[in-house]
Design a binder for this molecule. Structure first.
Ligand code: ZN
Length: 194
């Protein structure tokens, strides 16, 4: 399944890194939905989030880099929520994505064109730029005022991150809240019946 059957989690419209972290979610019954299942889906995700121009087509290698970064983001966010030290790998990965942001176009020479500027690997450069922007966003989230509001959904089986819009918010969506309340009501009824 590639589309996530839940409304966007609070904060994911503001923080693209949060949207990426939440682009995979566990669902009841051990199901999982992943918005980056294949290069086409990953391309759509990047286009939808304004990170690559329409018409870009990702290669499998690029899709993998995006999903690897997602894994590291989830580790960093989990560490922030749990108030523990993150895995060093995750910090390194974020920093290397930041460092790889292409800052300049290369100087090239061909007999036909003479000297000109251009990207040797436009696709790689697009993807690196997108990864850098997501990493920049994550670094800002983890060190800004949003950090103390970052949380994980308390509904069993759900593992989405969200930014709390009010102090008591515990679910990533009303769908998750309703599911928990329904389960509680069912338990209560069952306990009363026995
Ligand atoms: Zn949830």
């Amino acid at each position: 399944m590639s589309t996530i059957p839940l409304p966007p989690a609070p904060g994911s419209d503001v923080y693209v890194s949060l949207a990426l972290a939440d682009s995979v979610v566990s669902l009841p019954g051990e199901h999982r939905a992943d918005e980056l299942v294949d290069p086409m889906a990953a391309t759509r995700w990047l286009v939808d989030h304004g990170l690559v121009p329409t018409g870009t087509a990702l290669l499998e290698y690029c899709q993998q880099r995006l999903t690897v970064l997602r894994g590291h983001l989830r580790e960093l966010f989990a560490a922030a929520v749990e108030g523990r030290a993150p895995e060093a790998d995750a910090v390194d990965a974020l920093n290397s994505a930041l460092r790889q942001a292409p800052s300049a176009e290369m100087l090239e020479y061909t007999p036909e064109l003479g000297f000109h500027r251009g990207a040797a690997h436009p696709l790689t450069q697009l993807v690196e730029h997108a990864l850098a922007r997501i990493s920049e966003d994550a670094a800002a989230l983890l060190t800004g005022e949003g950090a103390s509001l970052l949380d994980t959904c308390q509904a069993p089986s759900c593992d989405r991150f969200f930014v709390r819009t009010h102090a008591r918010r515990r679910w990533c969506s009303t769908r998750c809240g309703d599911r928990v309340r329904a389960a509680r009501a069912y338990e209560k009824k069952r306990a009363a019946a026995s």
